[in-house]
Every structure is written in C-alpha cells, then in structure tokens.
Ligand binder design. Structure first.
Ligand SMILES: Nc1ncnc2c1ncn2[C@@H]1O[C@H](COP(=O)(O)OP(=O)(O)OP(=O)(O)O)[C@@H](O)[C@H]1O
Ligand SMILES: [Mg+2]
Length: 227
C-alpha cells in the first residue's frame, strides 16, 4: 500500500534549537497513528511539517505522491483547506466567532452556503456533549468545551487526513474516551487518515499503531531498548 503521508529525513530548527533531526514516518491511507514522546521532543513540529504548515529545512514530505515542501504557500494552503482537518494543541478557535461559526468555518472556506454550513456544524454539538453552547464565543467556553468545539471543526468538512494534537489533553478521562470513540468512529466510517499526538497511553490505544518521537527522530516502541 502506498503511503498517504510520508516524512523522510525531515530536519527543522527554530533558530539555534533543533526540533526535528531526521524524522521519518509513513502513514497509510485510513490508518490511525498515535505519535507519543516526551514534551519538547518534536511531536507538534512533525505534525505541522506533515500538514504543510511548517516547511522543513531539509528532507521530504509527500502527500498522496506530491512533494509538498516544494509547493508555494498558496498551493500548501489550498491543500490544507481541501484535504486536511486540524485540531491544534492550544485549540485556536477564532475568538470573534461563536462556537457554531467556528465549527462551520472549514465548510464556509470550502464554499458551502452559510445556512447549510451552520446546519452541518450544529450536528456535532450533541455527540460531543457541548449541546447548548453553539452561540457562545470561545472565551465563554471551558478548556475542555473549547477542545471539543475544535475537534468538531477538524472533522466537519470530512477531511482526507485529520491532524490532531493532544485532542483530549484538556478532557477528563471519561469525556476523553467519549471524544476518542467519536473521533475513531468518524474516521473509520469515512476512511480518514489520522495523525494523533498524545501523551496518554489510553488515548494512543485507540490507534492502529504507535510511534515515539525522541530528540527530533521517530522510533517505534519496539526500537526503544530497555537497558
Ligand atoms: N515557534 C517556536 N520557536 C522556537 N522554538 C520552538 C518553537 N516551537 C517549538 N520549539 C522548540 O522545538 C522543540 C520541539 O517542540 P514541539 O512543540 O515540537 O514539542 P512537542 O513534542 O510537541 O512537545 P509538547 O509535548 O510539550 O507539546 C522544543 O525544544 C521547543 O522548545
Ligand atoms: Mg506539542
């Protein structure tokens, strides 16, 4: 099976700080991969490189056979809009918009009419346990509520690939499991490829496969040698 997404030899530094030092990862279509590893190891940076948000200093990122690090910003942003969904580590809802408008945003950007986009966005609130909060602005939501709204925004446009960075980080374990059940069911139903960054083994257990990021490189758990 060809990889839906792959990173090969990806290096990226923030000034003098190396975040990725030759990261390799291949994800097949429809696969759910959990990316684990210590804080500061490069997980979010790898996710942002795979998603075409950051351009690596060296190495290659391929999406469906297209070398995306050669694309210009316009082409990368079109790719993100048309094929990717995002749940960012720090939520990043648009504060001026209501919760339901935030969820509808990817549909509006894709050209869906406003009333249809709002209707589709509303459907996520019940299953995610945030029904009744549709008209709140992000500053009026708790961290866990904002995170669920951000997840709905990531899923609403039925992306080919969902990039989710700690999507349950602000949730208690019960709500986290409900959210993961929904995320995985939605991904399986639509064949969505998911790259999921998490610190929690219980969350990673939902994935088909786990990889570890350490010091800017990807290892599989089996390669971690226990002395
Ligand atoms: N915008 C930035 N500017 C400077 N340094 C950064 C920036 N973003 C990340 N870094 C550094 O790059 C390294 C990798 O960061 P990254 O955010 O990828 O880690 P992470 O594995 O996602 O950590 P966490 O689990 O805490 O989210 C860290 O040393 C971090 O301090
Ligand atoms: Mg991170």
């Amino acid at each position: 099976m060809t990889a839906a997404l792959s990173a090969r030899g990806v290096e990226l530094s923030f000034g003098a700080t190396p975040a990725l030092r030759g990261a390799d990862l291949a994800v097949t279509e429809g696969e759910i991969v959990a990316v684990m590893g210590p804080s500061g190891s490069g997980k979010s940076t790898l996710l942002h490189c795979l998603a075409g948000i950051l351009v690596p200093d060296a190495g290659e990122i391929d999406v469906d056979g297209v070398r995306i690090n050669d694309l210009d910003e316009t082409a990368r942003s079109e790719l993100r809009r048309d094929r990717f969904g995002f749940v960012f580590q720090f939520g990043q809802l648009v504060p001026e918009l209501t919760a339901v408008e935030n969820v509808a945003l990817p549909l509006l950007l894709a050209g869906v009419r406003r009333d249809a986009a709002i209707r589709r966005a509303r459907q996520w609130f019940g299953p995610l346990g945030v029904e009744g909060l549709e008209s709140r602005r992000s500053g009026e939501l708790s961290g866990g509520q904002a995170q669920r709204v951000a997840l709905a925004r990531g899923l609403v446009a039925e992306p080919k690939v969902l990039f989710a960075d700690e999507p349950t980080g602000a949730l208690d374990s019960f709500t986290g499991e409900q959210v993961m059940d929904l995320l995985v069911a939605s991904a399986r139903e639509r064949g969505t490829t998911v790259v999921l960054v998490t610190h929690e083994a219980r969350v990673a257990a939902y994935a088909d496969r786990e990889v570890m990021v350490r010091d800017g490189r990807v290892t599989t758990p089996a390669e971690v040698v226990v002395p």
